[in-house]
Design a protein. Structure first.
Length: 253
């Protein structure tokens, strides 16, 4: 299994190693100033130091909780809203302008307002995450429900299938690839929401660490926090890709 993994991902692994080597060369030889660019080795040392004194763990715990609560809430609401729009033309006509407008609105610019309303605690960050994740999930869910085959739906009706049975047996399976895509898109947007909200006002979190490090030009600590966010995004996206292969294996062919 390990050999198969490396064989299937050899180009990606080589690309990462090559990029890190080039980064190290630029950071150590060309720039050679940690105030402007931290090299990968300096970032690793910063990660070890921050982890050893417990600071990284505390910040990850805070940002992780904000992301998980906001992401799960947004996914649940987004799927429900998308299903409602996909299954009811009246609801779609009522909600479409609001969803389209909210999706196009720069929610990040509203982060200070959310902090003013909900304070600098966890709930303002959760609201920002929900605002960024909700609409891609809803839009993808609604689009997926429109992809069901009209001929198959008509055939099921001719055999006496109810609307509920058609939804569970045809509409939802047809929409699952789109729903999974929306969930994967929401990962990156949710992580961005957490960081941006913490930049505007927080007492802990990875965004707080980034802001604090930037204020004193501590580039290794700043890049260490960014590296944690990048790895989290990669791992979660890979996890959803694996889950997609288990839930809807026919899309992997």
């Amino acid at each position: 299994m390990t050999q198969s993994f490396f064989a299937n991902n050899i180009l990606g692994i080589a690309s990462i190693l090559g990029g890190l080597a080039l980064w190290e060369l630029v950071g150590r030889v060309i720039v050679n100033n940690a105030l402007f660019l931290a090299s990968p080795s300096q970032i690793v040392l910063a990660l070890v130091r921050l982890t050893a004194d417990g600071e990284m763990g505390r910040n990850i715990a805070v940002s992780g909780l904000e992301f998980i609560v906001g992401y799960l809430l947004a996914c649940a609401l987004g799927v429900v809203l998308g299903v409602a729009m996909g299954e009811s033309l009246a609801i779609k006509r009522v909600m479409q302008p609001w969803v389209s407008g909210a999706y196009a609105t720069p929610v990040i610019a509203l982060a200070p307002l959310f902090i003013l309303w909900f304070g600098i605690g966890i709930w303002s960050k959760i609201v920002v995450v929900v605002s960024l994740v909700l609409f891609p999930v809803a839009i993808n869910t609604e689009a997926g429900l429109q992809r069901k085959s009209p001929r198959l739906a008509e055939m099921l009706r001719s055999f006496g299938a109810t609307r509920t049975q058609i939804f569970w047996k045809l509409s939802l399976p047809s929409a699952m690839p789109f729903i999974m895509t929306g969930l994967k898109l929401g990962i990156g947007r949710g992580l961005i929401g957490v960081v941006v909200a913490e930049l505007f006002g927080a007492r802990a979190g990875l965004g707080f660490l980034i802001d604090e490090s930037a204020a004193v030009f501590n580039m290794p600590n700043l890049f260490a926090a960014i590296a944690v966010l990048a790895v989290a995004g990669i791992v979660m996206t890979a996890g959803f890709t694996w889950l997609e292969g288990k839930l809807i294996p026919w899309t992997m062919d």
